[in-house]
Ligand binder design. Structure first.
Ligand code: NOJ
Length: 517
């Protein structure tokens, strides 16, 4: 298969995101696990997806739900064992499902042996060179080395016992790795081989644009960051991922690199998708776009125009484990999303949001490229905004002293069946799910929706089935059709059209697929 070969599976795959803690609990401890996933793979096959992306499943103290990895080559005991992961990969492959795992290069856990060693070895040691340790400022070195702020709130530096400070762009339990150190680079290429050798078909690269830092670690004004930015989207990152691409291409069935890159500048974004780098990256402009015909046309056109020169496929994504679920977003007066403006608890009309989510499903699954489905969106689940504060787990909640609720509301365990929590998420007699499920989810379980032609689940199933069989869908070109204001209409050859009506006049917020020949 050649680079960016049009027959490459990932160019038009429908990829289902499994948030491991919340998909299905096979062992009864109230936390999702690999046993639960293995027992429910049939759901994914029937849904009609082509691949599964698993959020981090590695051993972790879970300070950031597994994005604080203490061993990149094993499975957290709460989720299962390495042997189970291998069996899961084999099960998925037997059902024709590809497997993508999350790799987290920007940081590891403070419990990772490298960081423990760095703490023990002390200032000036080679072990500290794997991270960003610095003396503090101020008279006794008791002020952080610079003014950088953590993305989760608070300073980006924590002081250790001997007086040095270390950098963490996220939680203090997630020390940033120093990618100028060749040992870090070798280690991650080896981690990739470890999983690729076990049959993993691709990796989702966490916080991919953040890994390189300006070694001067100078202060900057966050309202007017310098160019290049001290830690975001620096030119040095590209060489790292070119190295990863060489590893991925070293396999007879090349493995896929998928970037998590939040960048407002499309031209900079596309640099990651050059032929010798990543294969695809999440389209967060589309995710954050208002439910508005003009705005959507603008994002779709800009996406396709930017991807064309590098011949990378576009991706389409509505939700994931970091954002407010789109049923809730689309029911609000302001339907946009940014991390800075999450609008927690802003009033949301669920019926309206659901109608729009149905239309959005037909719209995004008809666009050229690959599409992501975040677990539960196929059930029409909404953001759970009333989780009691003492149960919230996201470090964002505590790091911002409650000013931000964080992301738990989109991570609530899935409802599978039955009329009471845990709705089949765990076997009978288990511990309560790690986050409470709304009672109303009894009507939104897989079992409740299965066979109901009006349900979100059956809509996704029908659309994904057609997506697989219609030659016009997936990778390829699209052409806008003349349409009244507020209506998106486009053709896909051969003989297919998608119409989405957002004009405000009935039947507004609906979409249809048409066979035109
Ligand atoms: C992005 C992940 O999607 C998010 O869940 C995580 O908290 C941060 N990266 C840090 O790893």
């Amino acid at each position: 298969m050649s680079v960016n070969d049009s027959r490459a599976w990932w160019r038009d795959a429908a990829i289902y995101q499994v948030y491991v803690r919340s998909f299905a609990d096979g062992t009864g401890d109230g936390v999702g696990d690999l046993a639960g996933i293995r027992a429910n793979l049939a759901h994914l096959r029937e849904l009609g997806v082509d691949a599964i992306w698993f959020n981090p499943w590695y051993p972790s103290p879970m300070a950031d739900a597994g994005y604080d990895v203490s061993d990149f080559r094993d499975i957290d005991p709460a989720f299962g064992t390495l042997a189970e992961a291998e069996a899961l990969i084999a099960d998925a492959h037997a059902l024709g499902l590809r497997v993508i795992i999350d790799v987290v290069p920007n940081h590891c856990s403070a419990a990772h042996p490298w960081f423990r060693e760095a703490l023990a070895a002390g200032p000036g040691s080679a072990a500290r060179e794997l991270f960003w340790f610095r003396p503090g400022r101020g008279r006794n070195g008791d002020e952080p080395p610079n003014n950088w702020r953590s993305i989760f709130g608070g300073p980006a530096w924590t002081r250790v016992e001997d007086g040095e400070w270390y950098l963490h762009l996220f939680a203090p339990e997630q020390p940033d790795l120093n990618w100028t150190n060749p040992k870090v680079r070798e280690e991650f290429e080896d981690i990739l081989r470890f999983w690729f050798n076990r049959g993993v078909d691709g990796v989702r690269i966490d916080s991919a644009g953040l890994v390189s830092k300006d070694p001067s670690l100078a202060d900057f004004d966050p309202a007017r960051p310098p160019v290049p930015h001290p830690f975001d989207d620096r030119d040095e990152v590209h060489e790292i991922y070119q190295g990863w691409r060489a590893v991925a291409d070293g396999y007879p069935d090349p493995r896929v690199l998928i970037g998590e890159i939040w960048l407002p500048d499309v031209e900079r974004f596309m640099l990651y998708l050059r032929a010798d780098e990543m294969h695809t990256a999440f389209n967060f402009d589309f995710l954050g776009c208002a439910w508005d015909a003009g705005a959507l046309v603008g994002v779709i056109d800009a996406t396709l125009a930017a991807h064309a020169p590098v011949r990378a496929p576009a991706t389409w994504v509505l939700s994931n484990h970091d954002v407010i679920r789109h049923v809730t977003r689309y029911g609000r007066a302001d339907t946009t999303f940014t991390h800075q403006h999450r609008q927690h608890a802003a009033p949301s009309d669920r019926a309206l949001g659901t109608r729009r989510a149905r239309a959005a499903a037909l719209l995004y699954l008809a666009l050229p490229g690959s599409a992501y489905i975040y677990q539960g969106e196929e059930l029409g689940l909404w953001e759970v905004e009333d989780i009691p504060e003492n149960l919230l787990q996201d470090p964002i909640f505590r790091r911002t002293h409650g000013a931000e609720r964080g992301r738990d509301g989109c991570r609530v365990p899935l409802p599978w069946s039955g009329s009471q929590p845990p709705f089949g998420f765990s076997p009978p007699g288990s511990r309560a799910p790690w986050l409470p499920q709304p009672a109303r989810w009894r009507d939104f379980s897989v079992a409740a929706q299965c066979g109901d032609p009006a349900s979100m689940l059956e809509l996704y199933r029908a659309a994904l089935r057609l997506r697989r069989t219609e030659p016009a869908l997936g990778d390829g070109a699209m052409a806008w059709l003349p349409a009244p204001e507020g209506v998106l209409a486009f053709a896909r050859a051969p003989g297919f059209a998608c119409l989405a009506n957002l004009c405000g006049r009935l039947p507004t917020d609906t979409a249809v697929w048409l066979r035109t020949a």
